[in-house]
Design a protein around this ligand. Structure first.
Ligand SMILES: N[C@@H](CCC(=O)N[C@@H](CS)C(=O)NCC(=O)O)C(=O)O
Length: 213
């Protein structure tokens, strides 16, 4: 019996738990509700997730929002050899540092502010200045990560891991917003997007783009 449900589709944030679940080879039910479609506003969903946002995970008694928290929970609960998992405090702290940087600065402070005051201006208010300033902020933060990656294949060096999953989801998002990507991040993204788990999750998350990746 499948006891795990992943809610959400159609955004870089909803891509993350789907991709992680695919990397781990998990069986789950998918409820592809979309933001601003009214589906996050239903009474059933509000009871489940008062934030009324996607993604959301139910796994037995566990109920979680926040894409980073969901991915880390899945990775730590259902470990798989193909995925980098820190085993000591220092390595975990380094991984946390990278994840917080990507999630806090590139996703929330950068790309989402561009989205709020650009595409979602009808809800959050239009501000060309906020969009322009956030885009140059994203470019600056990506340059830092490009230097961190250097010529390595993965952020944690030895193996694909959670920071790579987060960063590639942000690079997809940045690219869709025409943010220029540093050359090494562009080839890193192209290489990682060949992973079968990414390709499978992409088709689930963006069913309208069948065959794109
Ligand atoms: N930090 C959260 C952000 C979640 C979030 O803002 N999700 C958006 C879609 S990307 C959403 O559900 N918006 C619902 C709405 O505005 O109706 C995460 O990464 O999970």
């Amino acid at each position: 019996m499948v006891t795990m449900t992943i809610w959400g589709a159609g955004t870089p944030r909803s891509m993350r738990p789907l991709w992680m679940a695919e990397e781990l080879g998990l069986r789950y039910q998918h409820r592809p509700i979309r933001p601003r479609s009214g589906e996050t506003q239903s009474d059933v969903y509000r009871t489940l997730n008062p934030k009324q946002k996607i993604p959301f995970l139910e796994d037995g008694q566990v109920a979680l929002s926040e894409s980073l928290a969901i991915c880390r929970y899945l990775r730590d609960t259902y470990p798989a050899p193909g995925l980098f998992t820190p085993t000591d405090i220092r390595t975990r702290a380094r991984e946390d540092e990278l994840c917080c940087h990507i999630y806090g600065e590139i996703d929330q402070t950068g790309l989402y502010v561009m989205r709020r005051h650009g595409d979602l201006a009808a809800i959050y208010g239009a501000s060309k200045a906020a969009v322009t300033a956030s885009q140059s902020y994203v470019e600056g933060q990506l340059a830092i990560l490009a230097a961190v990656l250097g010529t390595e294949d993965f952020l944690m060096v030895t193996q694909f891991g959670l920071p790579d999953l987060l960063l590639v989801s942000c690079l997809d998002w940045a690219d869709a917003c025409n943010v220029p990507l540093p050359q090494n991040l562009r080839s890193y993204r192209e290489r990682i997007a060949l992973r079968p788990a990414y390709r499978h999750a992409f088709r689930i998350n963006y069913p309208e783009s069948q065959g794109d990746t």
